[in-house]
Write a protein that binds this ligand. Structure first.
Ligand SMILES: C[S@@+](CC[C@H](N)C(=O)[O-])C[C@H]1O[C@@H](n2cnc3c(N)ncnc32)[C@H](O)[C@@H]1O
Length: 235
């Protein structure tokens, strides 16, 4: 299977900038002070209920991968032990302020989700909201592999993100907004990663559109070690 499919071709034809980790770091370091204000309309109009859904039924030790300014913090399950990681120290500083405001203890760390310094099978639940849209295809696979490594067998990985609409009008609108989205958020609306599950040692256990056919929650479970080995052999 190739990781150079439609988004790669679309990017080249539009002359859009590449999604790189360095560009992502610079973008979020720059926009951290503006992020909450820029997001506020979307938060109020549609994102808040999705954040609640993302944590539904999770507990124990949870990772918020790409925690940003901590917009998920108000929805962390009571009693859960939560770790939040992000590339950008400035985004994390806003998350720390939000955690304090909500009286939540969250361990916040500057880390790349492609290489997370925790032991194997560490978390009961992992969530990632609007982070995979900032990763290149290769990095989405690398990130999924890392999340698979650190999730307990029987644990859940939930990813909330965009998906390019199949409806002609919405697809056209998303394609028109793509250059702005790249420039402002170092992100793409063409976020595909579910097909990487077997290569990452995961099973896709659920995939639900939560806004139209362009925002969805994908849920994965780590494959048991024996199935993981045969998945690697066949990929
Ligand atoms: C669009 S923001 C989303 C933030 C937050 N999850 C939310 O829902 O508001 C994307 C975040 O992912 C972080 N990020 C992007 N690539 C990352 C990586 N490789 N490792 C860790 N964090 C990353 C960025 O620094 C940024 O804070």
């Amino acid at each position: 299977m190739t990781t150079q499919d439609e988004p790669g071709r679309a990017r080249r034809s539009l002359g859009l900038r590449r999604l790189t980790t360095a560009a992502c770091f610079n973008t979020y370091e720059r926009i951290a002070p503006l992020y909450d204000a820029m997001e506020s309309l979307w938060e109020v109009s549609w994102k808040k209920p999705l954040r609640r859904m993302l944590f539904d039924g999770l507990g124990g030790r949870i990772l918020d991968a790409g925690v940003g300014t901590g917009l998920n913090i108000p929805y962390y399950p009571d009693g859960a032990e939560v770790v939040g990681i992000d590339l950008s120290p400035k985004m994390l500083a806003y998350a720390a302020t939000r955690a304090k405001k909500h009286g939540r203890e969250v361990a916040l760390m500057s880390m790349d989700l492609r290489s997370i310094a925790v032991p194997d099978r560490h978390f009961d639940g992992i969530v990632s909201a609007f982070v995979f849209c900032t990763l290149s295809e290769q990095d989405r696979l690398a990130a999924l592999r890392e999340l698979a490594r650190i999730c307990k067998t029987g644990g859940k990985i939930r990813i909330l993100d965009y998906s390019l609409s199949t409806r002609p009008f919405m697809r056209f609108v998303m394609r028109c907004c793509e250059p702005w989205f790249r420039w402002m958020f170092n992100a793409t609306y063409q976020v595909s990663f579910e097909e990487f599950a077997p290569m990452a040692g995961l099973e896709l256990s659920g995939s639900t559109f939560v806004v139209g056919d362009y925002v969805k929650i994908s849920e994965f479970r780590p494959l048991p070690p024996s199935a993981e080995l045969s998945g690697k052999a066949s990929s």
